[in-house]
Design a protein around this ligand. Structure first.
Ligand SMILES: Nc1nc2c(ncn2[C@@H]2O[C@H](COP(=O)(O)OP(=O)(O)OP(=O)(O)O)[C@@H](O)[C@H]2O)c(=O)[nH]1
Ligand SMILES: [Mg+2]
Length: 333
């Protein structure tokens, strides 16, 4: 893919790249759809965008269902727009029973930016991602980055595995917590504190918020790592209904980016993001190779062997890899 995208047009959608780079929103939206589909055209398009990406600050916003992630993001978008930044937003529309109906909520909340050419919001369904949501999210982020959106705010589901996955997707991670989810700190799942760069008690307008804030403060002081070069996790309060605390959140996000850049940690995070993307994609392509390479029932017969305890998963994988090596050897000239 060495051809300059600006001179390509038409076939296979590569003209979309030139259009998107020139600020054509419809071209951008269509290019993103192709990239999300992750077929051959999508991958070619992404390869054209990719060399132009790498500048945007990706900020992940995570937290339990209904914590106010989308509401906070709407405030953040307004704040970054006031700084004249072009803001990209990627949100995952949960299709889980926990938060059905959020789709409409997100749309309504972010509707006010619909006419602003410097805001681009992409909602993705959480189901049906060939190769995983994280891979699709990263791909869309590269496109938005390439066309000049910075920062890119990524709302991720705070449930299940996805909770810490955001650390492989964002330079800065904002974790929202809310009062009223039972015994406050108990609900803070393992791993969440480790990934948080900024910890926010949202719905601070609620009476129980202060107790949660104090508990989290105590927890953070216990976890405080020594060392001058370390980032110390910021703990803040916000209320997305009143807009209180949003300024401090914006300041914390800026401060974290500045810290990343001044300490060289930006470079480390870029490598970390690249490594997690590589790992996700590699896992997926190896699996695809196995599924495509053998007899049609090859995959399910291996699953049967494992399920019926005839082979351990480890042995089965060794067998599959040996088969792959053989095929690669045969394929050599
Ligand atoms: N009282 C109060 N309500 C809030 C606050 N922030 C959000 N909400 C309300 O909480 C509900 C959920 O807000 P969302 O912004 O959709 O939360 P979310 O985390 O994006 O939700 P999911 O994407 O479904 O996980 C909405 O009814 C909001 O109006 C807040 O600071 N205070
Ligand atoms: Mg939401």
């Amino acid at each position: 893919m060495a051809t300059d995208p600006s001179v390509r047009d038409g076939n296979g959608g590569t003209g979309l790249v030139a259009g998107a780079l020139a600020g054509d929103r419809r071209a951008l939206a269509r290019a993103i759809s192709r990239v999300e589909r992750d077929d051959e055209t999508g991958r070619s398009l992404l390869a054209l965008f990719y060399p132009r990406s790498g500048r945007a600050h990706r900020v992940g916003i995570t937290g339990p269902p209904g914590a106010g992630k989308s509401s906070v993001i709407a405030h953040l978008v307004a704040a970054f727009r006031a700084e004249d930044r072009r803001v990209g937003v990627i949100c995952v529309d949960p299709t889980s029973p926990f938060s059905g109906g959020a789709t409409l909520g997100d749309r309504v909340r972010l509707m006010e930016f619909h006419a602003d050419p410097n805001v681009f919001v992409r909602s993705m369904a959480s189901r049906g991602h060939h190769g995983g949501l994280a891979a699709t999210t990263a791909a869309v982020a590269h496109v938005l980055d390439a066309v000049g959106f910075d920062p890119i705010l990524i709302e991720t589901l705070g449930v299940g595995q996805d909770e810490t996955e955001v650390a492989g997707l964002a330079h800065s991670v904002v974790v929202l917590q809310v009062p009223g989810l039972g015994d406050s700190v108990q609900t803070l799942k393992a791993g969440v504190l480790e990934i948080a760069d900024v910890l926010v008690v949202n719905k601070a307008d609620r009476p129980e918020a202060e107790r949660l804030f104090r508990d989290l403060a105590a927890m953070l002081s216990l976890a405080e790592r020594p060392g001058t070069n370390e980032w110390s996790v910021r703990l803040l309060r916000s209320s997305a209904t009143t807009g209180t605390g949003i300024d401090q959140l914006v300041a914390a996000i800026h401060a974290h980016r500045q810290w990343l850049e001044e300490t060289g940690a930006w470079h480390d995070r870029q490598r970390h993001l690249a490594a997690s993307e590589l790992s996700t994609l590699l896992r997926r392509s190896i699996e695809e190779r196995f599924r495509a390479g053998g007899p049609a029932d090859g995959w399910s017969s291996v699953v049967d062997e494992i399920a019926s305890r005839r082979r351990s998963p480890g042995e089965a994988i060794q067998g599959l890899l040996a088969g792959l090596d053989e095929r690669m050897d045969r394929g050599r000239p």
